[in-house]
Design a protein around this ligand. Sequence first.
Ligand code: TXA
Ligand code: MG
Length: 326
Amino acid sequence: MKTRIFRPTPYTICRLAKLLTRGELVAVPTETVYGLAADALNPIACGKIFEAKGRPSNDPLIIHVSRKTQIQPLAIWNASAEKLAQAFWPGALTMILPKTPAVPDIVTSGLASVAIRMPRHPVFRRLLREVNRPLAAPSANPFGYISPTTSQHVKDHLDGRIATILDGGPCQVGVESTIIDLRQPRKPVILRPGGISKSQIESSLGIRVIQRSPGRAPKGTIEAPGQLDRHYSPKTPLLLYRSLPQNLPHDEAIVFYKPSSGIDGDKTNKFSLTSDGLGSTAAHNLFALLQKLDRGQWKRIHMELPPVQDPWHPALLDRMRRASTR
Ligand code: TXA
Ligand code: MG
């Protein structure tokens, strides 16, 4: 199978929408990471997602919608969902809600709930409107590898496994959406930290929100990728530090959180995650930098952790830990 990247012209959007309607896969840009999309109501099409990614069937998919009226046939809405939708949609927030029988079991891995997100990326939104049906889409990486934040990342790792990638430029947010479980509207639980912070959610809902720490799901269930021990991993061993050690070998890459002198040159092993020390910049750069370093011939990657007081700290720490070698 030949894998092609398409620019988002009105003509290609129309063509790719037809492919999706016919049950084919299309890799799509979102503001968080690239997704691998299929018609959410077509179980055969959704099965192709699991096949292309090598994803286990017990890891459910997120359904993407372009307007709220598309949700009613899929999920049981509630007041907390309404508040969060008003505050953060379109955007990097995924809500877990009780599902209706209309959602195929393959999408939810047989769970009684469904994950829904209204994305903000203008190109993906145009495609969603053109298709005019909800699209299931996990991140467009092979299972277990770092999520893609450019169309080239998708091609690098799914080449020959999918036919079509829609290019929408580099993803702005750079890490996956926050997943919030709203099955009990007055007891919301964050299953995966992401683009929207706990405190943003708490101030919108006016109640306390629990943040489930990774690895805490009941045995045998996967509530969110947070429950999988290793995920988003580069092939090169990654080690994390509060403060980086001195005198590391020259064939090992060193990643500072903030810029410091003599780094990011072609002849050095020193890199910086951010140009400005901001968590949002770190999120934007993290996966792209890991992919770049993973293509280099580094024996190991040593990475400095973000400051704990940054609102992006939980999401960054979560992704860095999961990418790291323990
Ligand atoms: O930003 C994002 O969320 C990206 C873009 C493409 O939208 N998508 C993404 O999908 O990160 P994925 O498949 O890599 O992660 C989605 C996770 C699944 O691993 C699963 O654990 C969780 O969402 N999930 C899906 N349905 C669920 C459900 N009914 N209950 C609990 N967790 C669910
Ligand atoms: Mg993923």
